[in-house]
Write a protein that binds this ligand. Structure first.
Ligand code: NAD
Ligand code: 89Y
Length: 343
Protein backbone atom coordinates (compact mmCIF):
# COMPACT_ATOMS: atom_id res chain seq x y z
CA UNK A 1 0.00 0.00 0.00
CA UNK A 2 1.49 3.40 -0.96
CA UNK A 3 2.06 5.70 1.96
CA UNK A 4 0.58 9.19 1.70
CA UNK A 5 2.86 12.08 2.71
CA UNK A 6 1.27 14.83 4.80
CA UNK A 7 2.29 18.33 5.89
CA UNK A 8 0.97 19.79 9.14
CA UNK A 9 0.44 23.54 9.59
CA UNK A 10 0.08 24.83 13.16
CA UNK A 11 2.22 23.15 15.83
CA UNK A 12 0.30 24.31 18.91
CA UNK A 13 -1.48 22.70 21.87
CA UNK A 14 -3.77 20.32 19.98
CA UNK A 15 -1.39 19.49 17.10
CA UNK A 16 0.60 17.29 19.50
CA UNK A 17 -2.37 14.88 19.54
CA UNK A 18 -2.61 14.98 15.75
CA UNK A 19 1.13 14.25 15.37
CA UNK A 20 0.93 11.29 17.78
CA UNK A 21 -2.13 10.01 15.91
CA UNK A 22 -0.34 10.31 12.52
CA UNK A 23 2.37 8.01 13.93
CA UNK A 24 -0.33 5.38 14.59
CA UNK A 25 -2.36 5.83 11.38
CA UNK A 26 -1.74 3.21 8.70
CA UNK A 27 -0.93 4.48 5.23
CA UNK A 28 0.28 8.02 5.95
CA UNK A 29 3.11 9.93 7.62
CA UNK A 30 3.97 13.58 8.19
CA UNK A 31 6.98 14.75 6.15
CA UNK A 32 6.91 18.52 6.80
CA UNK A 33 5.61 20.93 9.44
CA UNK A 34 4.93 24.66 9.48
CA UNK A 35 4.38 27.21 12.25
CA UNK A 36 5.02 30.94 12.27
CA UNK A 37 6.27 30.57 15.87
CA UNK A 38 9.88 29.22 15.70
CA UNK A 39 9.68 27.84 19.24
CA UNK A 40 6.66 25.64 18.43
CA UNK A 41 8.37 24.52 15.21
CA UNK A 42 11.45 23.41 17.18
CA UNK A 43 9.43 21.65 19.89
CA UNK A 44 7.24 19.65 17.50
CA UNK A 45 10.01 19.06 14.93
CA UNK A 46 12.28 17.74 17.69
CA UNK A 47 9.62 15.63 19.44
CA UNK A 48 8.48 13.91 16.23
CA UNK A 49 11.76 13.92 14.27
CA UNK A 50 10.56 16.06 11.34
CA UNK A 51 13.43 17.68 9.40
CA UNK A 52 11.46 19.80 6.91
CA UNK A 53 10.30 22.84 8.89
CA UNK A 54 8.70 26.06 7.58
CA UNK A 55 7.70 29.33 9.19
CA UNK A 56 5.63 30.35 6.15
CA UNK A 57 2.84 28.25 4.59
CA UNK A 58 3.41 29.73 1.09
CA UNK A 59 7.01 28.47 1.20
CA UNK A 60 5.82 25.02 2.33
CA UNK A 61 3.42 24.75 -0.63
CA UNK A 62 6.04 26.15 -3.04
CA UNK A 63 8.43 23.33 -2.07
CA UNK A 64 5.61 20.73 -2.22
CA UNK A 65 6.41 17.03 -1.93
CA UNK A 66 3.31 16.07 0.07
CA UNK A 67 -0.08 14.52 -0.80
CA UNK A 68 -2.26 16.32 1.77
CA UNK A 69 -2.15 19.12 4.32
CA UNK A 70 -3.44 18.98 7.91
CA UNK A 71 -4.36 22.50 9.08
CA UNK A 72 -4.21 22.62 12.90
CA UNK A 73 -4.14 26.41 13.38
CA UNK A 74 -6.84 28.44 15.14
CA UNK A 75 -9.79 29.75 13.11
CA UNK A 76 -8.34 33.12 12.00
CA UNK A 77 -6.08 31.47 9.40
CA UNK A 78 -8.40 28.66 8.21
CA UNK A 79 -9.86 30.34 5.14
CA UNK A 80 -6.51 31.58 3.81
CA UNK A 81 -4.84 28.20 4.35
CA UNK A 82 -7.66 26.09 2.88
CA UNK A 83 -7.75 28.36 -0.19
CA UNK A 84 -3.96 28.07 -0.45
CA UNK A 85 -4.31 24.28 -0.43
CA UNK A 86 -6.98 24.49 -3.15
CA UNK A 87 -4.78 26.76 -5.34
CA UNK A 88 -1.98 24.22 -4.99
CA UNK A 89 -4.36 21.29 -5.69
CA UNK A 90 -3.59 19.69 -2.33
CA UNK A 91 -6.36 17.83 -0.39
CA UNK A 92 -6.87 19.42 3.03
CA UNK A 93 -8.03 18.65 6.54
CA UNK A 94 -9.06 21.74 8.50
CA UNK A 95 -9.56 21.92 12.28
CA UNK A 96 -12.84 23.12 13.75
CA UNK A 97 -14.27 25.72 13.96
CA UNK A 98 -14.09 25.48 10.18
CA UNK A 99 -14.36 29.25 9.58
CA UNK A 100 -15.17 32.58 11.17
CA UNK A 101 -18.50 32.88 9.31
CA UNK A 102 -20.81 30.63 7.30
CA UNK A 103 -20.11 32.65 4.15
CA UNK A 104 -16.35 32.02 4.59
CA UNK A 105 -17.08 28.32 5.11
CA UNK A 106 -19.15 28.18 1.91
CA UNK A 107 -16.33 29.89 -0.04
CA UNK A 108 -13.81 27.35 1.30
CA UNK A 109 -15.98 24.40 0.25
CA UNK A 110 -16.45 25.97 -3.19
CA UNK A 111 -12.69 26.61 -3.63
CA UNK A 112 -11.90 22.93 -2.95
CA UNK A 113 -14.77 21.72 -5.12
CA UNK A 114 -13.57 23.86 -8.05
CA UNK A 115 -9.98 22.65 -7.56
CA UNK A 116 -11.20 19.05 -7.40
CA UNK A 117 -9.50 18.35 -4.05
CA UNK A 118 -10.94 16.62 -0.98
CA UNK A 119 -11.71 18.73 2.08
CA UNK A 120 -12.47 17.29 5.52
CA UNK A 121 -13.17 19.20 8.71
CA UNK A 122 -11.45 17.73 11.78
CA UNK A 123 -14.83 17.29 13.51
CA UNK A 124 -13.69 14.37 15.62
CA UNK A 125 -16.30 14.06 18.40
CA UNK A 126 -18.65 11.88 16.31
CA UNK A 127 -15.71 9.45 16.01
CA UNK A 128 -15.53 8.88 19.78
CA UNK A 129 -16.02 5.21 20.72
CA UNK A 130 -19.14 5.86 22.90
CA UNK A 131 -20.79 7.95 20.16
CA UNK A 132 -20.07 5.27 17.54
CA UNK A 133 -21.50 2.59 19.89
CA UNK A 134 -24.68 4.60 20.40
CA UNK A 135 -25.06 5.14 16.66
CA UNK A 136 -24.65 1.39 16.04
CA UNK A 137 -27.35 0.61 18.62
CA UNK A 138 -29.71 3.04 16.92
CA UNK A 139 -28.91 1.72 13.43
CA UNK A 140 -29.59 -1.85 14.52
CA UNK A 141 -33.08 -0.83 15.64
CA UNK A 142 -32.56 -1.19 19.41
CA UNK A 143 -35.17 1.49 20.26
CA UNK A 144 -37.13 1.88 17.02
CA UNK A 145 -37.52 5.37 15.57
CA UNK A 146 -36.14 8.02 17.92
CA UNK A 147 -38.45 10.98 18.59
CA UNK A 148 -36.54 12.92 21.29
CA UNK A 149 -32.94 13.45 22.37
CA UNK A 150 -30.71 15.33 24.78
CA UNK A 151 -27.03 15.94 24.05
CA UNK A 152 -25.38 17.32 27.13
CA UNK A 153 -21.86 18.54 27.96
CA UNK A 154 -21.69 20.18 31.38
CA UNK A 155 -18.32 20.70 33.03
CA UNK A 156 -16.22 22.88 35.31
CA UNK A 157 -12.91 21.77 33.76
CA UNK A 158 -10.27 24.48 33.27
CA UNK A 159 -9.84 24.59 29.50
CA UNK A 160 -8.28 28.07 29.62
CA UNK A 161 -4.87 26.99 30.94
CA UNK A 162 -4.17 24.88 27.82
CA UNK A 163 -6.06 27.13 25.39
CA UNK A 164 -5.85 30.72 26.76
CA UNK A 165 -7.41 32.20 23.57
CA UNK A 166 -10.74 30.61 24.61
CA UNK A 167 -11.08 33.25 27.35
CA UNK A 168 -10.45 36.12 24.95
CA UNK A 169 -12.98 35.77 22.11
CA UNK A 170 -16.39 37.47 21.95
CA UNK A 171 -17.75 33.95 21.33
CA UNK A 172 -16.80 30.94 23.42
CA UNK A 173 -18.67 27.76 24.21
CA UNK A 174 -20.96 27.35 21.18
CA UNK A 175 -18.16 28.05 18.70
CA UNK A 176 -15.54 26.00 20.56
CA UNK A 177 -17.33 23.03 22.17
CA UNK A 178 -21.04 23.28 21.34
CA UNK A 179 -20.03 22.92 17.69
CA UNK A 180 -19.09 19.29 18.50
CA UNK A 181 -22.29 18.67 20.48
CA UNK A 182 -24.41 20.10 17.65
CA UNK A 183 -22.54 17.87 15.20
CA UNK A 184 -23.27 14.81 17.37
CA UNK A 185 -26.97 15.78 17.48
CA UNK A 186 -27.01 15.92 13.65
CA UNK A 187 -25.08 12.66 13.39
CA UNK A 188 -27.54 10.86 15.66
CA UNK A 189 -30.91 12.46 14.86
CA UNK A 190 -30.33 13.92 11.39
CA UNK A 191 -30.29 17.40 9.88
CA UNK A 192 -31.96 20.32 11.58
CA UNK A 193 -34.68 22.58 10.15
CA UNK A 194 -34.93 25.22 12.89
CA UNK A 195 -33.33 26.17 16.19
CA UNK A 196 -33.87 28.33 19.29
CA UNK A 197 -31.04 29.19 21.70
CA UNK A 198 -30.34 30.95 24.99
CA UNK A 199 -26.84 31.80 26.26
CA UNK A 200 -25.19 33.15 29.43
CA UNK A 201 -21.78 34.09 30.71
CA UNK A 202 -21.24 32.93 34.30
CA UNK A 203 -17.42 33.10 34.60
CA UNK A 204 -16.54 36.81 35.02
CA UNK A 205 -12.96 36.25 33.81
CA UNK A 206 -13.81 35.41 30.22
CA UNK A 207 -15.35 37.45 27.40
CA UNK A 208 -17.74 35.03 25.69
CA UNK A 209 -20.69 32.87 26.75
CA UNK A 210 -19.91 29.76 28.80
CA UNK A 211 -23.46 28.34 28.97
CA UNK A 212 -25.85 27.59 26.11
CA UNK A 213 -29.19 25.79 25.82
CA UNK A 214 -30.34 25.01 22.29
CA UNK A 215 -33.63 23.50 21.12
CA UNK A 216 -33.42 21.72 17.75
CA UNK A 217 -36.22 20.73 15.37
CA UNK A 218 -34.87 17.89 13.21
CA UNK A 219 -36.08 17.44 9.61
CA UNK A 220 -37.49 13.98 10.48
CA UNK A 221 -39.75 15.45 13.18
CA UNK A 222 -37.56 14.56 16.19
CA UNK A 223 -36.90 17.23 18.83
CA UNK A 224 -33.66 17.55 20.77
CA UNK A 225 -31.94 19.70 23.34
CA UNK A 226 -28.23 20.50 23.16
CA UNK A 227 -27.03 21.91 26.49
CA UNK A 228 -23.42 22.89 27.09
CA UNK A 229 -21.69 24.56 30.01
CA UNK A 230 -18.19 25.25 31.31
CA UNK A 231 -19.65 26.79 34.47
CA UNK A 232 -20.97 23.57 36.04
CA UNK A 233 -19.14 22.32 39.12
CA UNK A 234 -20.06 18.71 39.82
CA UNK A 235 -18.93 16.22 42.48
CA UNK A 236 -17.46 14.01 39.72
CA UNK A 237 -16.06 16.05 36.81
CA UNK A 238 -17.28 14.54 33.51
CA UNK A 239 -14.87 16.34 31.10
CA UNK A 240 -14.80 15.61 28.17
CA UNK A 241 -17.82 13.28 28.05
CA UNK A 242 -20.96 14.02 26.04
CA UNK A 243 -23.93 12.48 27.86
CA UNK A 244 -26.88 11.46 25.70
CA UNK A 245 -30.54 10.56 26.28
CA UNK A 246 -32.60 9.18 23.40
CA UNK A 247 -36.24 8.13 23.50
CA UNK A 248 -37.54 5.94 20.67
CA UNK A 249 -40.88 4.36 19.82
CA UNK A 250 -39.65 1.01 21.16
CA UNK A 251 -37.22 1.91 23.91
CA UNK A 252 -34.61 4.28 25.30
CA UNK A 253 -30.84 4.74 25.20
CA UNK A 254 -28.83 6.53 27.87
CA UNK A 255 -25.10 7.25 27.49
CA UNK A 256 -24.14 7.81 31.11
CA UNK A 257 -21.12 9.35 32.80
CA UNK A 258 -18.10 7.01 32.85
CA UNK A 259 -19.11 5.49 29.54
CA UNK A 260 -22.01 3.20 30.38
CA UNK A 261 -24.42 2.65 27.47
CA UNK A 262 -27.83 1.67 28.83
CA UNK A 263 -30.46 0.31 26.43
CA UNK A 264 -34.01 -0.45 27.51
CA UNK A 265 -36.52 -2.14 25.21
CA UNK A 266 -38.99 -5.03 25.18
CA UNK A 267 -36.13 -7.46 25.91
CA UNK A 268 -35.22 -5.63 29.14
CA UNK A 269 -32.24 -3.44 30.04
CA UNK A 270 -28.58 -3.94 29.13
CA UNK A 271 -25.63 -1.83 30.26
CA UNK A 272 -22.46 -2.01 28.18
CA UNK A 273 -19.07 -0.44 28.92
CA UNK A 274 -18.24 1.69 25.86
CA UNK A 275 -15.07 3.30 27.28
CA UNK A 276 -12.53 4.60 24.80
CA UNK A 277 -9.12 2.93 24.59
CA UNK A 278 -6.22 4.60 26.38
CA UNK A 279 -3.77 4.84 23.47
CA UNK A 280 -0.06 4.59 24.34
CA UNK A 281 0.47 8.36 24.03
CA UNK A 282 -2.87 9.41 25.52
CA UNK A 283 -3.67 10.67 29.01
CA UNK A 284 -6.87 10.82 31.06
CA UNK A 285 -9.31 12.54 30.86
CA UNK A 286 -8.39 13.53 27.27
CA UNK A 287 -8.13 9.92 26.02
CA UNK A 288 -11.70 9.94 24.66
CA UNK A 289 -10.88 12.90 22.42
CA UNK A 290 -7.40 11.57 21.62
CA UNK A 291 -8.71 8.22 20.40
CA UNK A 292 -11.20 10.04 18.13
CA UNK A 293 -8.33 12.05 16.62
CA UNK A 294 -6.68 8.80 15.59
CA UNK A 295 -10.02 7.48 14.23
CA UNK A 296 -10.81 10.54 12.10
CA UNK A 297 -7.27 10.70 10.69
CA UNK A 298 -7.40 7.00 9.74
CA UNK A 299 -10.78 7.68 8.08
CA UNK A 300 -9.19 10.57 6.13
CA UNK A 301 -6.50 8.27 4.71
CA UNK A 302 -8.85 5.38 3.95
CA UNK A 303 -11.40 7.55 2.12
CA UNK A 304 -8.75 9.58 0.27
CA UNK A 305 -7.23 6.36 -1.08
CA UNK A 306 -10.67 5.11 -2.18
CA UNK A 307 -11.61 8.50 -3.64
CA UNK A 308 -14.71 8.44 -1.39
CA UNK A 309 -16.51 11.24 0.51
CA UNK A 310 -15.50 11.86 4.14
CA UNK A 311 -18.06 11.65 6.94
CA UNK A 312 -17.21 15.22 8.02
CA UNK A 313 -16.48 16.66 4.56
CA UNK A 314 -16.47 20.44 4.17
CA UNK A 315 -19.93 20.21 2.60
CA UNK A 316 -21.27 18.15 5.53
CA UNK A 317 -19.77 20.57 8.03
CA UNK A 318 -21.63 23.54 6.53
CA UNK A 319 -24.76 22.03 8.09
CA UNK A 320 -23.11 21.90 11.52
CA UNK A 321 -21.54 25.33 11.16
CA UNK A 322 -24.93 26.82 10.22
CA UNK A 323 -26.22 25.61 13.61
CA UNK A 324 -23.46 27.54 15.37
CA UNK A 325 -24.32 30.76 13.54
CA UNK A 326 -28.04 30.16 14.02
CA UNK A 327 -27.54 29.63 17.78
CA UNK A 328 -25.75 32.97 18.20
CA UNK A 329 -28.34 34.69 16.05
CA UNK A 330 -31.24 33.14 17.97
CA UNK A 331 -29.74 34.01 21.36
CA UNK A 332 -29.10 37.64 20.39
CA UNK A 333 -32.53 38.21 18.76
CA UNK A 334 -34.63 35.96 20.99
CA UNK A 335 -36.10 34.29 17.90
CA UNK A 336 -36.32 30.86 16.30
CA UNK A 337 -34.05 30.59 13.25
CA UNK A 338 -34.90 28.81 9.99
CA UNK A 339 -31.70 26.80 9.43
CA UNK A 340 -32.69 25.50 6.00
CA UNK A 341 -32.81 29.08 4.68
CA UNK A 342 -29.15 29.61 5.67
CA UNK A 343 -27.77 26.79 3.51
P1 NAD B 1 -2.68 27.00 19.51
O1 NAD B 1 -2.81 28.48 19.53
O2 NAD B 1 -2.06 26.31 20.68
O3 NAD B 1 -1.87 26.53 18.22
C1 NAD B 1 -2.05 27.09 16.95
C2 NAD B 1 -0.69 27.19 16.29
O4 NAD B 1 -0.87 27.62 14.95
C3 NAD B 1 0.24 28.19 16.97
O5 NAD B 1 1.47 27.56 17.27
C4 NAD B 1 0.40 29.30 15.92
O6 NAD B 1 1.68 29.90 15.94
C5 NAD B 1 0.15 28.55 14.62
N1 NAD B 1 -0.35 29.37 13.53
C6 NAD B 1 -1.43 30.19 13.53
N2 NAD B 1 -1.61 30.74 12.31
C7 NAD B 1 -0.63 30.26 11.51
C8 NAD B 1 -0.30 30.44 10.14
N3 NAD B 1 -1.02 31.24 9.35
N4 NAD B 1 0.76 29.78 9.66
C9 NAD B 1 1.50 28.97 10.46
N5 NAD B 1 1.22 28.77 11.75
C10 NAD B 1 0.18 29.40 12.28
O7 NAD B 1 -4.15 26.44 19.25
P2 NAD B 1 -4.72 24.99 19.61
O8 NAD B 1 -5.24 25.01 20.99
O9 NAD B 1 -3.74 23.96 19.21
O10 NAD B 1 -5.98 24.95 18.62
C11 NAD B 1 -5.85 24.80 17.23
C12 NAD B 1 -7.20 24.45 16.65
O11 NAD B 1 -7.58 23.17 17.16
C13 NAD B 1 -8.32 25.41 17.08
O12 NAD B 1 -9.10 25.72 15.96
C14 NAD B 1 -9.11 24.64 18.13
O13 NAD B 1 -10.49 24.96 18.15
C15 NAD B 1 -8.90 23.23 17.66
N6 NAD B 1 -9.04 22.22 18.72
C16 NAD B 1 -9.73 21.11 18.37
C17 NAD B 1 -9.95 20.13 19.29
C18 NAD B 1 -10.72 18.90 18.87
O14 NAD B 1 -11.03 18.03 19.67
N7 NAD B 1 -11.06 18.80 17.59
C19 NAD B 1 -9.47 20.25 20.61
C20 NAD B 1 -8.72 21.40 20.92
C21 NAD B 1 -8.51 22.38 19.96
O1 89Y C 1 -11.30 23.30 21.95
C1 89Y C 1 -12.17 22.33 22.48
C2 89Y C 1 -12.44 21.13 21.70
O2 89Y C 1 -12.55 21.12 20.49
O3 89Y C 1 -12.62 20.06 22.52
C3 89Y C 1 -12.46 20.41 23.87
C4 89Y C 1 -11.72 21.75 23.81
O4 89Y C 1 -10.33 21.48 23.84
C5 89Y C 1 -12.02 22.70 24.96
O5 89Y C 1 -13.37 23.06 24.95
Amino acid sequence: MTELRGALIGCGFFAINQMHAWNDVEGARIVAICDRDPERLDIVGGQFGIERRYSDAEALFADGGFDFVDIATTVQSHRALVEMAARNKVPAICQKPFAKTLSDAKAMVEACREAGVALMVHENFRWQTPIQALRTALDTGAIGTPFWGRFSFRSGYDVFSGQPYLAEGERFIIEDLGIHTLDIARYILGDVSSLTARTRRVNPNIKGEDVATILLDHENGATSVVDVSYATKLSKEPFPETLIELDGAEGTIRLRQEYGLEITNAKGTTITDVSPKLLSWASRPWHNIQESVYAIQQHWVDQLKRGAEHSTSGADNLKTFALVEAAYDSASRGQTIDVGAML
